[in-house]
Design a protein around this ligand. Structure first.
Ligand SMILES: NC(=O)c1ccc[n+]([C@@H]2O[C@H](COP(=O)([O-])OP(=O)(O)OC[C@H]3O[C@@H](n4cnc5c(N)ncnc54)[C@H](OP(=O)(O)O)[C@@H]3O)[C@@H](O)[C@H]2O)c1
Length: 254
């Protein structure tokens, strides 16, 4: 069984490679930059231009598609580039598409594009599994809690997350490889639902920071949908590593 991991330099791609190196699969990886310190065969490919896609996919059985571009050229990569990729997969046994919980209910451009990609996949002849996860712990950290201003995290504190550890989700995706096409799966969410304020306060406590939290409200439907927790699913607490454990692990690695 030969697996191609796209997006091999990303958060999810790196977590997949870390686990795949100890397993008995043939693995090929692709991205625009070559990841460092990895022994797998790497092929350059670019979803924007289509360059290298044929070479990347030609001799593989399963693809785990961890390539994405939420901000830059997102429409061309998530939808047009994705469609180009699907057109080259007549030989494929399984395409695993990591997606995001609640995307049809959260008014955010990137999520709309991910939903379009899910629909393209469902309507294609490619055998697929769609696995939706909630936001990664590391994503919440790096996007919302990485910078304090004058010793304050100024954040939309009422927004909810059920963040999940990227390594738990990577394991879930690898476990799907031998199961064959499953269609769209139940959500894969973290163990706890927390407000962003609670996450910030936990981070301050664990890291012994001098920061405080200033919670602000924001106008608009996106904010409201996240306050309502449309990005969470209390019935699908499948991840094991909590946000607190993630923070403690990060502290230990410093
Ligand atoms: N982050 C989250 O919280 C989260 C939660 C649930 C699901 N997901 C899903 O998980 C998947 C991976 O997300 P991630 O957070 O790991 O993404 P990421 O860290 O931003 O990594 C994106 C990867 O895509 C590659 N890439 C970007 N532009 C490309 C292009 N034009 N052609 C080919 N490759 C390109 C990047 O490598 P190069 O720049 O080297 O090409 C990188 O390896 C996505 O489908 C995302 O929607 C993410």
């Amino acid at each position: 069984m030969k697996i191609l991991v796209t997006g091999s330099t990303g958060q999810l791609g790196s977590a997949l490679l870390k686990q795949l190196k100890d397993l008995d699969y043939q693995v090929k990886i692709t991205s625009r930059r070559k990841p460092e310190g990895v022994d797998f065969t790497w092929v350059y490919s670019n979803l924007l231009t289509g360059e290298g896609l044929e070479e990347a996919v030609k001799d593989v059985d399963v693809i785990i598609h961890a390539a994405t571009s939420p901000v830059k050229s997102s429409e061309n990569i998530e939808v047009a580039g994705f469609e180009k990729l699907l057109s080259k997969l007549d030989h494929l046994k399984l395409f695993i598409y990591p997606s995001i919980v609640g995307i049809e209910e959260i008014p955010f451009k990137y999520y709309r594009l991910k939903y379009k990609a899910e629909e393209l996949l469902k309507n294609s002849s490619v055998p697929y599994t769609i696995a939706r996860a909630s936001q990664f712990h590391s994503f919440v950290d790096s996007l919302l809690l990485s910078k304090s201003f004058f010793k304050r995290y100024i954040i939309p504190g009422r927004v909810k997350f059920q963040s999940v550890d990227v390594n738990d989700f990577a394991k879930h995706l690898i476990d799907l490889v031998n199961k064959g096409p499953q269609g769209k799966l139940d959500d894969f969410c973290g163990p706890d639902i927390m407000t962003l304020r609670e996450m910030a306060e936990l981070k301050i406590k664990i890291n012994n920071e001098a920061n405080t939290v200033l919670s602000i409200a924001l106008p608009g439907k996106l904010y409201n949908s996240l306050v309502e927790g449309k990005n969470t699913n209390p019935l699908q607490r499948k991840g094991i590593i909590t946000y607190e454990e993630h923070l403690r692990n990060k502290l230990d690695q410093r």
